[in-house]
Design a protein around this ligand. Structure first.
Ligand SMILES: Nc1ncnc2c1ncn2[C@@H]1O[C@H](COP(=O)(O)OP(=O)(O)OP(=O)(O)O)[C@@H](O)[C@H]1O
Ligand SMILES: [Mg+2]
Length: 332
């Protein structure tokens, strides 16, 4: 049986900052794939390269100093040959962005222009990519605002971003991202700036929308708790590399890599006494590019051994997750 087509297949992606001998590797052989209609979460602590991965796919890396130095980013809608986004030209990327691939950024204000009404900003995408008239685009913008749960959408469409609350702004940003019904939605910490109740609403909204449009979502978060609510599959990143990946159920219940185990141990649970201090992973994340050989996690790993100075093998466990760790090989 042929393997199911991946909508997005990232293969051995490498990104560096700077040039020549002073170049620092930031993404160091990142691979994963997102299947049609599924959600893949990328999780990891601050600075591990989650946003760099998203920006590479969108080809919105700050160049210079960052540049893609290797690998492929295959985007395959199933209606023609796959496109390699790593080498696609600007024109192709401009055509894809906002239409086939849309991104929701961490901070909603950066995605909204303060001087235009919200409805115009949603409509603009439809004028540009779908060739709608201004009038039709505005009508569709109102519909989209209604879809993402903004009350009184006709009035709201005429308002400016500063008249929206944080949660409403993020809904507006989601409406812009959804305007052209993209095959792939990249959401980079879409709820981090929101309070907990609003966060739950926005996550629910994203799940509903995914069902409705059958879109794929690449969901970026530093929160393992959110991964369990949102994703089918998860990729755990540390210092520019994937350390573990697999079905969410397998990774959450049987994390194989000590780093994933640490992230999961720091998820708060409802039945936990309020005064219990969560056990974060000890030590600080070293600067990206500062450890370039062996297991990058060895400086913080409670199980580090001499062999961890050598690059660890990728081992698939019986539960279906793959982890890059010498211990995992020993135990199977
Ligand atoms: N313009 C830049 N110049 C140099 N280094 C950079 C630049 N942008 C990002 N970096 C470095 O690249 C690394 C990865 O950054 P990235 O933004 O992908 O992290 P992240 O996983 O998204 O973190 P966060 O959870 O904080 O958003 C970081 O260590 C950061 O210091
Ligand atoms: Mg980020």
């Amino acid at each position: 049986m042929a393997a199911e087509r991946a909508l997005l297949d990232v293969q051995d992606l490498r990104v560096s900052f700077g040039e020549g001998p002073r170049a620092r590797p930031a993404l160091d052989g990142v691979s994963f794939s997102v299947r049609p209609g599924k959600t893949l979460a990328i999780v990891g602590e601050s600075g591990c390269g989650k946003s760099l991965t998203a920006l590479s796919i969108m080809r919105l890396l700050p160049t210079p100093p960052a540049r893609i130095t290797g690998g492929r980013i295959l985007f395959d809608r199933g209606d023609g040959p796959a496109l390699d986004l790593a080498s696609a030209d600007r024109r192709t990327m401009r055509r894809l962005r906002g239409k086939d691939i849309a991104m929701i950024f961490q901070e909603p204000m950066t995605a909204l222009d303060p001087v235009y009404p919200i409805g115009d900003q949603i409509g603009e995408v439809l004028v540009e990519h779908e060739g709608l008239s201004r009038k039709d685009a505005l009508a569709r913008a109102v519909e989209l605002l209604r879809l993402v749960g903004v009350p009184s959408p006709e009035e709201r469409a005429r308002q400016y971003p500063h008249e929206f609350s944080g949660g409403m702004r993020q809904r507006a940003v989601i409406a812009i991202a959804l305007a052209c019904e993209p095959a792939l939605l990249i959401a980079d910490e879409p709820t981090t700036a929101l309070d907990v109740t609003v966060q739950a609403q926005v996550l629910r909204l994203m799940r509903d929308i995914q069902q409705r449009f059958a879109s794929s979502i690449l969901f970026i978060t530093h929160d393992m708790g959110v991964v369990g609510q949102m994703a089918d599959e998860v990729v755990v990143m540390y210092l520019g590399q994937v350390v573990e990946e697999g079905p969410v159920s397998a990774v959450l219940s049987r994390p194989a890599h000590p780093y994933s185990q640490g992230l999961i141990a720091s998820i708060p649970t409802l039945d936990m006494p309020r005064d219990r201090v969560l056990q974060p992973i000890s030590g600080m994340v070293p600067p990206i590019g500062s450890i370039t050989t062996g297991c990058r996690f060895r400086t913080r790993c409670p199980h580090a051994m001499e062999i961890c100075r050598r690059d660890p093998p990728k081992v698939t466990t019986p539960a279906g997750n793959s982890a890059s760790c010498w211990l995992v090989e020993e135990s199977t």
